[in-house]
Design a protein around this ligand. Structure first.
Ligand SMILES: Cc1cc2nc3c(=O)[nH]c(=O)nc-3n(C[C@H](O)[C@H](O)[C@H](O)COP(=O)(O)OP(=O)(O)OC[C@H]3O[C@@H](n4cnc5c(N)ncnc54)[C@H](O)[C@@H]3O)c2cc1C
Length: 662
């Protein structure tokens, strides 16, 4: 960021290093984002936009791919929903644009299958279809500049070394419980689940004494304070070092009022059997009908300040804070209330919660689940990358120029947003589907014998306005959870070690979670071995508006996110890390080598929340109605299964391909 573009550079900005030439993209992205939501105030419900055109090209295109070619994983700055990826979609969905001008026919020869959406689901659909139709010609259209959807790879280069991080979909959760089809696909891709037992250095956090903590920031709490504590146990997520600080001592260090400290001490120390009305624990149904906030107010007697400290704890998994998280699910994540008595109280509430408790959370590639689409693309597109297994994919260099070449059985066309999908006649008798898309401002059209919509389901009524009304209404319900996954490359981590930072919950900061990246070494790639080496800090935010029903919170959060520019986020990051790590000697102006902010305005798939949604009968859930096949068009994506997981994305692809064959 050149300093002359920082109009009002303050002394504090200079201390933070806002003028330092780190790897990031510059103002143009923030400006584009702000333009995209300009005039949106008051339109959150209707989701209308100014429909700004894509920003001019990025200033920091990645360079590590084949010589002379762009390499998107190495880009930094604003990623995920990057400028240029979403504007056409917003014109379609928010502005209702239907006329796109003169159409160029991209190819004369029709495809056997056109897939809209190049995430795990779309790529799996291409794979399953190809297995059944070995000679098929398949085209995958994807609106981002990289394939993988949420499963995105972030690459950094520092001092000649490549450092990997994950930009979205993170870990294979409970993979031994996946369906036969999902397990079969992983097997085909040579993913050996046992390999993660050693690839993930499960002693890393303990060896370096990196503990769980709360971080209270000065702007919200009057002083910056990192408070290590055993009050919550992040074991289902990360094997942090144990914190020996007694709860009383930890709570006494929190910069809170006496009353809030007393509240938290009582909550953190209690055992459910000590609750006056502990009979409620034998009624899991009850704990699924009240929010954790209600539970903590009514049964633990917590006041507003203490509730504020706990508010964000369930966000990262459940996509809502304590105001909208069912009490039982929040407690299964470690919020106080269950005490020591009992995971047995969780019996009967289903896989969604119990999945954390059974298999360790270690099935993680150095680039997260991004290795799954990379493995798929390597198999689908001949010559795109060398290698054949889960080890060599980690460092394989992909030649993006080969993704979309004539003659390839599968072509992956990036930067291409589908805007219209229609049968060439009556859906019942049509012989093909036309797919119109916008690429680099040009309107193009291809024809497919069949089409799978593996994109976010909520856009489908705009792509196919002739769908039955009840199906369109059901699809419109599927509002996704917005998320931000930020990766910050530190040139060393002495301050992290000194501050014993493993995972911090930060109730007042812009990023509510900070962790040291998962320590995974695989395929010759080695995780940071000690504090002299660079490391990635991973930071998360779920933009929400507590107090509203979840879908409304998510719409509001998405608008907040799109309206927040990179400069603002960078300042927040530097301020937060200075407050947290400064006492350990961290200098934000010199310690940060690169920042990549992966924003996901459309993140986790919608799934029913027992507090707000009816107990739908089988077949009546919005995503079940929404995914009905329509002539030669079938619908995939994790949205279609109502679960934000890799296996769901694969299972829905399998179902969609099966529907096209019948
Ligand atoms: C931050 C984050 C963390 C997650 N962590 C995990 C995890 O740890 N474990 C786990 O199992 N799951 C996780 N998930 C859930 C994740 O959604 C799934 O794992 C999986 O990646 C979903 O794949 P998909 O193909 O269904 O959807 P997506 O990955 O969303 O792919 C759909 C693609 O379609 C594209 N598209 C949309 N509209 C159009 C259009 N009109 N034209 C062209 N393309 C279009 C989208 O841009 C997107 O690239 C996470 C999700 C997020 C957002």
């Amino acid at each position: 960021m050149p300093s002359d573009t920082l109009g009002a550079m303050t002394a504090r900005d200079r201390e933070l290093g806002m003028d330092r030439p780190i790897t990031r993209r510059d103002f143009i992205q923030g400006a584009a984002s702000l333009a995209a939501v300009a005039g949106l105030a008051g339109h959150a419900g209707a989701e209308q936009s100014s429909g700004a055109r894509p920003a001019a090209g990025s200033t920091d295109s990645g360079t590590r791919g084949a010589p002379g070619h762009d390499y998107p994983p190495a880009r930094s700055g604003l990623r995920g929903g990057h400028p240029g990826a979403f504007e056409t979609g917003h014109e379609l969905a928010w502005q209702g644009r239907r006329e796109w001008g003169p159409i160029e026919i991209a190819e004369d020869e029709p495809y056997d299958l056109v897939v809209v959406g190049g995430g795990i689901s779309g790529l799996s659909a291409a794979w399953f279809f190809q297995q059944r139709n070995p000679d098929a010609r398949i085209l995958v259209l994807e609106n981002h500049d990289d394939f993988g959807g949420h499963a995105k790879r972030n690459e950094f280069t520092h001092a000649g070394r490549t450092i990997l991080g994950y930009g979205g979909s993170q870990t294979l959760e409970q993979p031994r419980d996946y369906s036969a089809e999902a397990k079969g696909l992983l097997r085909e891709l040579a993913v050996d689940l046992d390999r993660f037992d050693s690839a993930y250095d499960q002693e890393f956090y303990r060896r370096h004494d990196l503990q769980p903590a709360f971080f209270f920031d000065a702007a919200s709490y009057g002083s910056d304070r990192l408070v290590h504590t055993a009050a919550f146990d992040p074991a289902y997520f990360l094997p942090a070092a144990p914190c020996e600080v007694p709860i009383e001592e930890a709570v006494s260090r929190m910069p809170l009022s006496e009353e809030a400290r007393a509240d938290l001490l009582r909550a953190f120390s209690l055992d459910s059997d000590q609750l006056p009305d502990h009979g409620i624990f034998s009624e899991p149904g009850y704990l699924q009908t009240i929010s954790y906030r209600e539970f903590a107010t009514r049964h633990l007697g917590l006041g507003e300040e203490a509730l504020g400290v706990l508010q964000c704890l369930p966000e990262f998994y459940l996509g809502v804070g304590i105001d909208a998280a069912p009490a039982l699910e929040a407690m299964a994540m470690g919020l106080p209330g269950l005490g020591g008595t009992s995971l047995r109280h969780l019996e009967g509430i289903g896989r969604r919660v119990l999945r954390w408790l059974v298999q360790p959370y270690i099935h993680h590639f150095p680039d997260g689940n991004a290795s799954i689409p990379r493995l798929l693309v390597r198999r689908l597109v001949p010559g795109v990358a060398p290698g054949s297994d889960m080890e060599d994919v980690v460092q394989a260099v992909f030649d993006y120029a080969r993704l979309d070449v004539a003659g390839s059985p599968v072509r992956i066309r990036l930067n291409s947003t589908a805007v219209r999908v229609e049968h060439d006649g009556d859906p019942k008798s049509a012989e093909g589907v036309h797919v119109t898309y916008v690429r680099d401002g040009r309107v193009e059209r291809v024809r497919g014998g069949r089409c799978i919509l593996a994109c976010w389901n909520r856009i489908i009524p705009h792509l196919c306005p002739t769908l039955p009304a009840d199906q369109r209404a059901a699809l419109a319900r599927l509002v996704k959870v917005p998320l931000v996954y930020t990766n910050v490359l530190l040139k060393d981590w002495h301050a992290v070690k000194k501050q014993k930072l493993g995972l911090a919950i930060c109730p007042g900061s812009w990023h509510r979670v900070v962790t040291v990246d998962f320590p995974v070494s695989l395929g010759g790639y080695a995780f940071s071995s000690g504090p002299d080496e660079p490391i990635v800090l991973h930071m998360q935010r779920v933009p929400l508006k507590p107090g509203l029903p979840p879908s409304q919170q998510h719409k509001e959060g998405r608008l907040q996110l799109l309206a927040t520019d990179f400069e603002t986020i960078e300042r927040e990051i530097r301020t937060q890390l200075a407050g947290m790590l400064g006492p350990g000697g961290f200098d934000p102006a010199n310690g940060i080598e690169a920042i990549t902010v992966n924003r996901w305005p459309h993140g986790y798939a919608w799934s029913p929340n027992p507090l707000f949604d009816p107990d739908y009968a089988e077949g009546e859930r919005p995503y079940e109605i929404g995914r009905r096949p329509f002539g030669r068009i079938a619908i995939a994506n994790s949205d279609a299964g109502g679960r934000a997981y890799v296996d769901c994305a694969i299972d829905e692809a399998w179902r969609a391909v099966g529907e096209l064959e019948t």
